[in-house]
Write a protein of this length. Structure first.
Length: 396
């Protein structure tokens, strides 16, 4: 059995408690990894149970090798008060098979009009985010950063300037022009990042940028890190291996931010290789089949990713030698846990068959969501089992 590690000290916390039992996981051909961590998922509970629940979302995560995830607050009700967050916490305690850490919103109802009582909700929130909507007001974001700094909490920003959207729904590139679609310009993402980085300089806030997709975003964050600002960022597997030339007229290719140009994808890969991009996060965003069956223009934004993320990254980056397995473990295990203060407990591990090719079939997903741009792709990496605290939580 092969155990891949980032470094000896990081591995020690879980290796001592490693216990592998059962005939299904006894073969020496399997690789064992620490439990993955995704700091950006949508489990849709409370409010949107037809799309996903804490139960199905955590099962999907376990099937992808994850033992910890952070859930975004754009729910019904929005996680903008202790009482509203408690609804989600109760569901987590009742139904979650892995560790689930909820975000709190930055503004009440994610409407951008009034800051939440950040102090009152701090003890139960992993961080603050208005994910799904950008905080449009510079003054409101500055105040949120100042308060988050006092609380020693992260601001995790969905960076999107609504004034630059103009009804767009895919990247404002060649595909949009050729097929008559409304485009989303890159500045709608990198403009708010530039604004927020100025605010980080002013406030000293710990700042994390969600799902970056443009070359300008990469460069802004690279320079901010060189300057010594307390900033990290994430991107998703689909942004690293796909661009808008690969779009098809189907809702499973529609997400926000959208798949960008080939140059943007190249810049993201360079950012991954040089350490500008700190971690992989799926932005797992399930919807019903009806919501995703209305083409690029009419479908809801969002794709699922928990059950394909490792295989995509392993197939496209580790197998070709672009990154080492150690680097992938840092991106999917250690860096997100370190930044968000999420422990890797003894007995958190996952076993994989790395040799057998698998064709992505969304109908086999444990998530309620089926929309993935990787449908039909042949990938290497099949999860055999996942253990949380030494307890089996997924078995293929």
């Amino acid at each position: 059995m092969t155990a891949y590690m980032d470094n000896q000290s990081a591995l020690a916390a879980w290796r001592s408690g490693l216990k592998i039992e059962g005939d299904a996981v006894s073969s020496s051909k399997y690789a064992v990894f620490p439990g993955f961590c995704d700091v950006h998922v949508h489990f849709r509970e409370p409010g949107f149970l037809l799309k996903e629940t804490i139960l199905t979302g955590s099962q999907s995560a376990a099937a992808g090798g994850y033992t910890a995830v952070c859930t975004m607050p754009n729910l019904n009700p929005v996680s903008d008060s202790p009482g509203h967050l408690q609804i989600q916490l109760d569901a987590i305690r009742r139904d979650a098979s892995i560790a689930v850490y909820p975000y709190a919103a930055i503004t009440v109802g994610e409407k951008g009009e009034e800051l939440v009582d950040m102090e009152a909700i701090a003890k139960d929130a992993i961080a603050y985010s208005d994910d799904g909507r950008g905080v449009q007001s510079r003054e409101m974001m500055k105040e949120a950063m100042l308060r988050a700094k006092k609380l020693n909490k992260l601001i995790a920003a969905h960076c999107e300037d609504n004034s630059l959207l103009f009804g767009g729904y895919i990247h404002d590139g060649e595909y949009a022009k050729a097929h008559g679609h409304k485009g989303i310009c890159s500045e709608s993402e990198w403009g708010p990042i530039a604004r927020d980085l100025e605010l980080v300089r002013e406030t000293g806030c710990s700042y994390h940028v969600c799902h970056i997709s443009t070359k300008e975003s990469v460069e802004l964050i690279r320079k901010a890190k060189q300057e010594g600002l307390d900033v990290t960022c994430e991107t998703g597997p689909h942004y690293l291996v796909m661009d808008d030339s690969m779009l098809q007229e189907h809702g499973r290719f529609k997400m926000n931010p959208p798949l960008r140009s080939a140059d943007d994808r190249k810049a993201l890969v360079e950012g991954l290789l040089d350490g500008t991009i700190d971690m992989i996060a799926t932005d797992h965003a399930p919807h019903t089949a009806e919501e995703k069956g209305k083409g690029l223009s009419g479908s809801a934004f969002g794709v699922v990713g928990l059950e394909t993320a490792f295989a995509v990254m392993y197939t496209h980056f580790v197998k070709p030698g672009l990154i080492t397995m150690d680097k992938l473990m840092d991106l999917m295990v250690f860096a997100p846990r370190k930044r968000f203060g999420i422990p890797l407990e003894d007995g958190d591990y996952t076993l994989w068959d790395l040799d057998t090719p698998v064709t992505v079939d969304p109908e086999t997903f444990l998530s309620k969501g089926r929309a993935t741009p990787f449908e039909g792709a042949q990938l290497f990496g099949r999860c055999i089992a996942t253990y949380k605290g030494g307890q089996l939580v997924f078995k293929a």
